[in-house]
Design a protein around this ligand. Structure first.
Ligand code: ZN
Length: 170
């Protein structure tokens, strides 16, 4: 999915099916190479929270995306899912795009992929029209939006409606 050779890395809660950008090569250097986490394995939240290097990138403009985007959202994510099963992984290690299982997942945090649950659980949308308007105005069309393959668009609409119903019921 990434356009560089370096692979995108995520924290993924396999209980809630929610994932978040871990900070790309910064996470690789300060967590993986420091043996705080292992790729594809469950993480110790305590160990990650205690990894000083990860939370304190050099104060420079080039690390503003970490300070302002990635790190605060990852911190909230780890606190929220502290008692759950969280893995550190590339996207293909927890989310298969070969079936519509990816529609069960939601990305949060820094520059999230727009998936059906996000529209309901984060943006509070109740109708698919709201989603369509948002996508049109936003100019960032989700990668699956125009997908002909396997009626993905219809399945996304259905997933969205299920999420709306379960929110109303819950
Ligand atoms: Zn969770």
């Amino acid at each position: 999915m990434g356009h560089l050779i370096m692979t995108n890395l995520y924290f993924a809660c396999t209980d809630c099916k929610i994932y978040i950008d871990a900070g790309y090569s910064w996470a690789s250097w300060t967590l993986e190479e420091a043996d705080v986490v292992k790729r594809g394995a469950r993480v110790s939240v305590e160990a990650v929270l205690a990894a000083e290097d990860y939370w304190n990138p050099p104060r420079a403009e080039s690390s503003a995306w970490l300070y302002n985007g990635v790190l605060p959202s990852v911190h909230r994510f780890l606190e929220t899912h502290r008692e759950h099963s969280i893995i550190f992984a590339t996207i293909t290690e927890f989310l298969s795009t070969g079936d519509e299982g990816f529609l069960d997942w939601m990305q949060v945090g820094f520059m999230p992929q727009l998936l059906p649950r996000y529209f309901v659980e984060r943006l509070g949308f109740k109708s698919w029209d709201q989603v369509c308007n948002f996508v049109a105005e936003n100019g960032s069309t989700p990668w699956w939006w125009m997908l002909d393959w396997e009626n993905v668009h219809d399945k996304a609409v259905k997933k969205f409606q299920q999420a709306v119903e379960s929110k109303v019921a819950g």
